[in-house]
Design a protein around this ligand. Sequence first.
Ligand code: ZN
Length: 260
Amino acid sequence: MLNKSDINRMRDAYWCIVSGSDLWLVEGALPRSKDLDFELPLDDAIEIGRYENLPVMWINDADIVAELTLSSLRDCLHFPQALFLLVSKAVQYGHMSQTLRFCPQCGGRNRLNHNQLAMQCGDCRTLHYPRIFPCIIVAVRKEEQILLAQHPRHRNGMYTVIAGFLEVGETLEQCVAREVKEETGINVNNIRYFGSQPWAFPSSMMMGFLADYDSGELKPDYSELTDARWFNIDNMPPVAPEGTIARALISETIETIKSL
Ligand SMILES: [Zn+2]
């Protein structure tokens, strides 16, 4: 148990206790200091931001003795955006500390540098910052229809927009055009930026675009997709959940179609 001086040192805060893309929630909410009725190595906790005037603390589940039942970061999608972003940040730092344990430069042992929020090699002292993987995501419109695809990894039959990782030497716009072409056989034009969302599954940066159909016949790549179709907005399948940039892109395209 925490002793009194620990509790005084800790004050009130939000706690992100993370492992992989999972974290500890109390009745679906991010725990506050009062919820921590177990021993906590306070010196390992790091403030990663503030939410509603309270510090938001990150600590790895592996550093905690108590056995906690963790929930998926996906269960936090309905949090206010500012809080979801902080929780995502904790998950990504957790991922960094778990996957960058050894120095890519010399193979030495890395430790967390609390000031830099990066891993640092104990031998060559090189700092290794969290890796972020750029990924485009795009909603394609053809007159009054939207292009949606179904992925084998989505077991609930959900459809969503096209997404894919940026390759080296490629602009974001080229990546958008290539991913749509590869996955569906469609050529797009009028590619424009929409917005972005850090996506800590485990460490992507989703960069959202809108695009229009240009030419080509729909030919889904069945090695990547289970289906891809043009949908009318009055006959939509189950789509990506609220809180995702995929859903925001779909909603934006629906609004565009309604205004035609
Ligand atoms: Zn090193």
